[in-house]
Structure formats: C-alpha cells, structure tokens
Design a protein around this ligand. Structure first.
Ligand SMILES: NC(=O)c1ccc[n+]([C@@H]2O[C@H](COP(=O)([O-])OP(=O)(O)OC[C@H]3O[C@@H](n4cnc5c(N)ncnc54)[C@H](O)[C@@H]3O)[C@@H](O)[C@H]2O)c1
Length: 454
C-alpha cells in the first residue's frame, strides 16, 4: 500500500480519521451514528435543513435510530451535520448515501449522485477515501463517480481511494440493523478495498470483500431482483389460486415446511418502498445498454404493478355481493405505509389503490397509526387526507374496509366483528368470515356463485 493509504489506514485504526456521510436519510443517519459510536468524529452533510437542525438538537427523525444515541453522540462532539460541503476539506472518509430514484420513463435518475460527487470534488484532497452506498447499476462507481472525482486532477487508487458498498438496511427490522448486517465491499484497487473494509470493520460486525466495485454493485441488484421476481411469482400464483378456488396463503404456509430448497414469499397488494420496485430497473436499464434483454425483471415488474388493479377488482366483486358499486361507496383503507409497523409511504401500493378507487367514484378514507396525513401530491386523488382512527363504533359506517398494510396495532378481531365488508390483501384476518374477501383465496362461503370465473 502507498504511503497515503498506509497513513489513512493508521488513522482509521486509531479512530483519528474524520468521517463524513453525505445524505442523512434512512441509510445515511444509521451509518453516521454507527461510525460515531465506533469512535470517529463524524459529520453528516445533507441539503435538508430540517435534518441538520434535528442533529443539532440531538434528535433522531428515523425510527430505527434512537434519539438518545443522537443526543449522546452530538453532546460528546462525535456527531454533527451541515449543508456546507466545505467541511469535506477536513474529512478523511466519505460515504455517499443519496437517493437513486427512477425517472418517469423508468430510467435511472443519477442527478443526486452527480450533484453530491461534484460538490465533494470541489474539496477532494489527497489521501481521502470515498465510498458510494447508493443502490445503482453496475459500473456507476467507475463510469460516473471516478471521472467526476478525477476531473480534479487527482487519480483514483493513487491519490484518493474509491469503493462501492451496498446498503442493506431493512427499516423496522428489530433484529438486523446497520451494525449486524454483513457489509459487502468492493474497491477500485486492492488498497481501496482494504481501506473501505477497515472503515466498516470498525463499526460493522462482518465484512464481505469482493473483487471489484462492479461485483459489489451487482450484489445489491441481485438481492433486490431476487425479491422482486419471487414476489412477482407468488403474486401470479395468488391470481391463479383465486381463479382456481385455492387458498394461496395455505399453500405457502405448507410449502415453507420444506426444510431445504424453498423460501417463503407472500403475495400482497403490490410492491412498495424505495428499493424493490425501483432497483431491478436500474439493472434492466444497464443490461439493455449492453444489448441484453432482462426478461424476468420486466415480467415481475408487470405482474407486481398490476396488483393494485387486482385489489380494486376484488373490492368491486365484494361490493357486488351486496348489490353495491365502487361508485358512491365509502371505503376505508387500513394501512397506507408500504409495509407493516413503519410510516414510510414511498411507492406504497395502498396509494395506488386509493387513487384507483377515488377515480371510480368511491369516497376514500384511510387509517394508519404511523401516517397522520397523505398529501395531495402523494396520491392521484390530488387532495390532502388526514388519517381517521379505527376505533370501535366507527367501522360499520364504511361500505368496505381494504386491509392494505397489516400493522400490528390494528385490532383485526374487532375489525372483522364490526366491518360490513373486508378485502384483506395481507391475510391479516386468518379466520374465515362470510364478509371477508382475501387476496388469492376463494371467496367466502355463500358468495362464490356471485364471483365470475372466466
Ligand atoms: N431506505 C432503504 O431501506 C434502503 C435500503 C438499502 C439501500 N438504499 C439506498 O440507499 C440510498 C439512500 O436511500 P435512503 O432511503 O437513505 O434515502 P433518503 O431519501 O431517506 O435519504 C437521502 C438523503 O440524501 C439527501 N440528499 C439528496 N441529495 C443530496 C446532495 N446532493 N447532497 C447531500 N444530501 C443530499 C436528502 O436530503 C436525504 O436526506 C438510495 O440509493 C437507496 O436506494 C435504501
């Protein structure tokens, strides 16, 4: 290793290296806290003034990060935040955790990475380690980040060090958090890998080195494509089971008793979150650039994107058994977050279901203990809606309740007892009721003859 590399390694080992994290969201804040806990003086850089203020006040805004940790680390002088990239002058390492969304055309939107890297480049100095963590297509680190940083005249692998390490955080997971999820690391050169592994190794239990940045980038896309494709498969099976009067939930439960060669995935109202609906399209975009047609990704995307429409069809079928139409019906959506027990609505299929029902003339309300308000710009209805509370005595007024997210806080027994009609997309109500229509399962006893089988 060069003298520059050896000096940085020494600083990392001694915890005298100054760490920076660009983008203090779901990924960046937990990482900044772990680095600070490991002993590094850590600075977060974010453009969002509310996040900087929160850190300055010793407050967490991410449910998986304890306010007590932020407060303690901030008071100890080990964690601070700024919007000013000039601080990069004083930093030795930087982890980039900015968003990587899709454009409307489903092409990667690299603008956040480009703008963050350009801002870093202004203050890049010899001996720094830069690690990209944002999920992106294979080749990004070498084809986008490296040239932007090298435009300074400094050379990657010689004057500064460059690596990619995918983030695997699972928001709301009580068992696996940043410190105990193995970290895959791929550097531009062996020295880059070694330095990145040393930085993460100080804060994270297991490091998994791979041979290149491209392999590390591809690992993340394999993981998320694996989920998207398997969810697509089980969603298609749910549609099939619906037609064939078979309970898909019972099928999956029985199949998962096989101790090898099977992994359970569950159907649902569609994909949600920042990762699974988006990341596979980063891969398919890049594969197409190489003249390769990635069929699994496209097919799974097609099936998964159709699920909210299927749920709306199920609502129409359920209302039909009461001689009612969606037009004019009052419908309560139980849960708008994309998964249970968190408040993240990004890409949530519940928002699509709400929009589709509203477009067909339903009066839509929602209940969610984690989401107080859905803003007009967040769904196609276009107006703000406040959450209602799902308390005893208020449920019977709705023509139908759609369980879109199975939050633990909902009282499903009370819901089943009170609601006029339920469409359960999550198998939250396990027992059979004549008024509960489950996704991927036969219609309730006595209602089957009213549901068309084509
Ligand atoms: N959330 C997850 O569960 C998860 C899991 C694994 C990987 N990822 C990936 O990690 C990356 C970040 O995701 P996230 O969920 O933390 O996003 P987020 O939206 O919660 O946070 C991103 C932060 O970056 C800030 N930001 C945007 N542009 C900036 C810039 N130019 N300079 C400084 N700050 C900037 C934003 O203000 C925001 O605070 C994405 O690529 C995502 O795909 C997310």
């Amino acid at each position: 290793m060069s003298a520059l590399g050896a000096s940085l390694l020494e600083k990392i080992d001694a915890r005298t290296a100054r760490a920076g994290v660009v983008g203090l969201g779901y990924v960046g804040l937990p990482l900044a806290v772990e680095l600070a806990k490991a002993g590094f003086q850590t600075t977060g850089i974010d453009l969002d003034a509310r996040k900087i203020l929160a850190i300055a006040e010793g407050r967490s805004y991410i449910p998986d990060v304890a306010t007590s940790d932020v407060l303690e680390l901030h008071r100890a002088g080990r964690l601070d935040a700024t919007a000013d990239f000039a601080v990069v002058k004083d930093l030795d390492t930087i982890n980039i955790c900015v968003p990587t969304p899709l454009r409307k055309t489903k092409d990667p939107d690299m603008s956040y990475i480009v703008s963050a890297v350009e801002a870093i480049a202004k203050y890049l100095h010899p001996g720094m380690l830069i690690i990209l963590e944002s999920t992106t297509y294979p080749g990004t680190t070498e084809e986008v980040v490296q040239p932007l940083l090298e435009a300074t005249g400094l050379k990657a692998g010689a004057d500064f060090f460059l690596a990619f390490s995918p983030e695997r955080v699972d928001p709301g997971n009580p068992t696996f958090q940043t410190h105990n999820v193995p970290k895959v690391v791929g550097g531009l050169t062996p020295a880059c890998s070694q330095l990145a592994a040393a930085l993460y190794g100080s804060a994270i239990q297991t490091i998994v080195p791979v041979s290149s940045t491209r392999v590390a980038e591809m690992v993340k896309l394999l993981e998320n494509t694996f989920r998207a494709v398997n969810i697509g498969l089980v969603n298609e099976l749910a549609l099939m089971c619906d037609r064939m009067h078979i309970d898909v939930w019972e099928v999956v439960e029985a199949a998962r008793t096989k101790p090898f060669g099977f992994m359970a995935f569950y159907p649902g109202p569609g994909l949600g979150g920042h990762c699974i609906p988006i990341d596979p399209f980063y891969l398919s975009w890049k594969a197409k650039q190489s003249g390769f047609d990635p069929r699994f990704i496209e097919l799974a995307g097609h099936i998964n994107a159709g699920m909210p429409h299927y749920v709306v069809e199920k609502v129409a079928d359920a209302l039909n058994t009461r001689r009612k139409a969606i037009n004019g019906a009052s419908i309560l959506i139980a849960g708008v977050a994309y998964k249970r027990d968190i408040g993240d609505m990004r890409e949530s299929p519940a928002l699509d279901i709400m929009g589709l029902l509203h477009a067909k003339g339903a009066t839509v309300s929602y209940a969610d203990p984690f989401v107080a308000e859905v803003r007009g710009r967040e769904w196609t209805g276009g107006f703000d809606i406040q959450a209602v509370e799902m308390v005893k005595g208020t449920i019977a007024q709705y023509d139908c309740v759609v369980i879109a997210t199975e939050h633990k806080a909902f009282d499903y027994a009370a819901l089943a007892a009170e609601a006029a009609l339920i469409v359960d997309t999550r198998n939250a109500i396990k027992t059979s009721h004549p008024h509960v229509f489950r996704l991927g399962a036969p219609a309730p006893e006595g209602q089957r003859e009213r549901i068309a089988i084509i």
